[in-house]
Design a protein around this ligand. Structure first.
Ligand SMILES: [Zn+2]
Length: 231
């Protein structure tokens, strides 16, 4: 009887050991697969990451009607080239991707198609806020008055000593468009300019803070002693 007990005891010890080996084996396989998968995931994240795009200007002139009226069933008959992607069409696509908000800091704003873009976003219910330069908002061709008449909130630099010289936009609080480009036809079609578009949170965050700082600092209610056109 004790022998049987001993034999059964050995067997159970043997089985346990085998199972243990199996568990360890499966664990090792799972660990290796896990490391491989994690490595694959990290490589994909490194390759893709947040949006990064660089656009250089001048940009060639093409028809942009399809961006403003994407559901039109009539082919555009204008003489400009159609179906060609340019730096400017990319910029418009990024701006028109706004669904909730667009915060814009721009020194000089006279480009009609960029104005049309902002008005379209406003019509779609996107909250648009613009901070611009005090002197340049009144130059001939400036679109700032058109924006204000449409009901878009525009504030301008209150100081007479400095210019609001930024040119950046934040789409939905998460996409930054920043560079040398003023929103003028000369800048878009003639000058050598650059724009960087990114959704890198560490880059977007400081611009959001800076915009908020400028927005609050140029609140006309805080400058009641000055004559302003701010809303
Ligand atoms: Zn056309």
């Amino acid at each position: 009887m004790p022998l049987v007990v001993k034999a059964v005891g050995n067997m159970s010890q043997q089985i346990s050991f085998k199972e243990l080996l199996k568990v360890f084996g499966l664990g090792a396989v799972a660990l290796v697969l896990g490391v491989e998968w994690f490595d694959w995931l990290m490589r994909r994240l490194r390759v893709r990451g947040p949006l990064k795009e660089v656009l250089f200007f001048p940009s060639t002139q093409t028809c942009l009607e399809h961006l403003f009226t994407p559901n039109s069933s009539f082919p555009c008959r204008c003489p400009l080239p159609h179906g060609k992607e340019t730096s400017f069409s990319r910029l418009l696509r990024h701006l028109l991707s706004a669904r909730a908000s667009l915060d814009l800091c721009v020194f000089s704003f006279s480009h009609m198609e960029l104005c049309r873009t902002i008005l379209l976003l406003h019509e779609r219910g996107v909250t648009v806020r613009v901070v611009t330069d005090r002197d340049y908002m009144t130059i001939t061709g400036s679109q700032i008055g058109t924006l204000r008449r449409a009901g878009i909130c525009v504030r301008h630099e209150m100081s007479t000593a400095v210019h609001m010289h930024h040119k950046f936009a934040i789409v939905d609080g998460k996409k930054l468009i920043n560079g040398s480009l003023n929103w003028t036809v000369t800048a878009v079609q003639s000058n050598k300019e650059n724009i960087m578009v990114t959704e890198e949170p560490e880059l977007v965050r400081p611009y959001r803070l800076e915009f908020q700082k400028l927005w609050e600092a140029n609140d006309p209610a805080k400058h009641t002693h000055q004559v302003t056109n701010g809303r």
